[in-house]
Design a protein around this ligand. Structure first.
Ligand code: FES
Length: 106
C-alpha cells in the first residue's frame, strides 16, 4: 500500500492508503476524501478529480496526456505548474507519500 496525503479546502490533511496501480481519484473515493467526485469514472470528461500537486512531487509524475491537458485548459482553477487530474495519477513506489491539494472546483 502507498500513502497519499490530501490537503482539503479547510487546510486539514487526510492521509490515506491505496494499492499500487490505483488512481488518486479511486483512492480518494474509497476513503471518503471530501471534494473528489470522480463523476466520469476516470474517462477524462468531467474534471471533478482535479488536484494541485505539491511542488516537490511534480517532477516525479508521469507526463500529461494530450486529453488530460485539453480538459485542464478548460478549467477555471487551472494552475499550469500544479494541476493534474487525480484519475490519471496512479499510486506506485515513486509516489509513496505524495501530497496533493483538492482543487476548489470539483
Ligand atoms: S474522474 Fe472525470 S476526469 Fe477524472
Amino acid at each position: 500500500m502507498r500513502t497519499i496525503n490530501f490537503t482539503l479546502a479547510d487546510g486539514t490533511v487526510r492521509t490515506v492508503e491505496g494499492a499500487d496501480g490505483e488512481s488518486l481519484m479511486r483512492i480518494a473515493l474509497g476513503n471518503d476524501v471530501p471534494g473528489i467526485i470522480g463523476e466520469c469514472g476516470g474517462e477524462l470528461s468531467c474534471g471533478t478529480c482535479h488536484v494541485y500537486v505539491d511542488a516537490q512531487w511534480t517532477g516525479k509524475l508521469p507526463p500529461q496526456s494530450a486529453d488530460e491537458a485539453d480538459l485542464m485548459d478548460m478549467m477555471d482553477s487551472y494552475r499550469p505548474e500544479a494541476s493534474r487530474l487525480g484519475c490519471q495519477i496512479r499510486a506506485c513506489a515513486e509516489l509513496d507519500g505524495l501530497t496533493v491539494e483538492v482543487a476548489p472546483d470539483n
